[in-house]
Design a protein around this ligand. Structure first.
Ligand SMILES: [Zn+2]
Length: 304
């Protein structure tokens, strides 16, 4: 397998420059040497929350504005309470989408992964249990979390090539982990600030007001927190999908980022026949991890 290149990140380059400046300035005054180091530290503290600037690692957050194209992505599923609804709506509008799935949800609902794939959509890695503090965990935990999700999806015939960090937060260690897993970081450039479908009010209008050509739209594959909002949520999505078709060319994520989104388990471009032959996931080894149901209770826990 060809791993992604590990060129120095802006953070690594900036760190070397800051250290060199500090050494030079320390000749004049130890106090002066603190300035470049402090600025570097400040940049490191702020950068995790602005992944699109790619300070720690390369990040794709949008596509080219040429061509009036946009792409749809849905995070945090699959869920039996929302995925079938989404698939039905997408089929009705004949729109492609990418589902950034949570590993333990995928292990728990392999049939929903099959249904997503059978409809021609693609799947990305959105971590094992969507821990919003994942980037503060040890490197070993970070590695295991992402790798375990890759493993469970590979058992289902899918090898994602894209990773979306939980809550959109990155850290310096993520670059090495993703290089090992041959994953690329994909975020988004347009969202409804729906808080994991805790707030679906005016969902369509919020997206359409912010939408620009080349945008990667991020929505959630989670049921609205209040059951009473389910019909409203579906109508908002129906309205959004109609408007997207009228005003934009809705393309698959891999088309707008010009990179493969996933491969088959044998490292070849995914063949749906192979996928269907792969059967359900072997979830036995994960039974402890999935013993604690996360759906629908997981709804509302996440920021993104
Ligand atoms: Zn998420």
């Amino acid at each position: 397998m060809q791993r992604r290149s590990c060129k120095p990140s802006p953070a690594e380059i900036t760190g070397v420059i800051a250290l060199s400046l500090a050494l030079l300035l320390s000749v004049l005054s130890p106090i002066l040497a603190l300035f470049p180091l402090s600025l570097f530290l400040l940049a490191c503290l702020v950068a995790p929350f602005f992944p699109r600037f790619g300070f720690f690692l390369p990040v794709i957050s949008r596509g080219s504005p040429a061509g009036n194209q946009v792409a749809l992505t849905f995070d945090d599923g699959p869920s039996p309470l929302s995925t079938p609804i989404l698939l039905d709506l997408l089929a009705r509008h004949n729109l492609p989408a990418t589902f950034f799935v949570v590993g333990r949800q995928a292990a728990k609902y392999p049939d929903l992964i099959t249904a997503i794939m059978a409809q021609g959509h693609t799947i990305g890695n959105h971590s094992w249990r969507h821990d919003p503090m994942l980037m503060l965990r040890t490197p070993k935990t970070l590695q295991e979390d992402i790798h375990t999700t890759q493993e469970i999806l590979t058992k289902q015939g899918i090898r994602p090539r894209v990773f979306r960090p939980p809550a959109g937060i990155t850290n310096p260690r993520l670059k090495r982990v993703l290089a090992r897993e041959n994953l690329l970081t994909i975020t988004y450039s347009c969202r409804a600030m729906d808080g994991g479908n805790r707030n679906v009010r005016n969902l369509a209008a919020k997206i359409l007001r912010r939408l620009r050509s080349g945008d990667i739209i991020m929505l959630h594959d989670l049921p609205p927190q209040r059951q009473a909002w389910s019909d409203y949520w579906q109508k908002e999505l129906d309205r959004l999908f109609s408007a997207l078709k009228d005003g934009y060319q809705v393309v698959a994520l891999e088309e707008i980022i010009r990179q493969p989104v996933m491969m088959s388990g044998s490292d070849n471009p995914l063949n749906l026949g192979d996928f269907m032959d792969a059967g359900g996931a072997d979830i036995e080894v994960f039974k402890d991890a999935v013993a604690d149901p996360v759906d629908p209770a997981m709804n509302g826990q996440f920021l993104a």
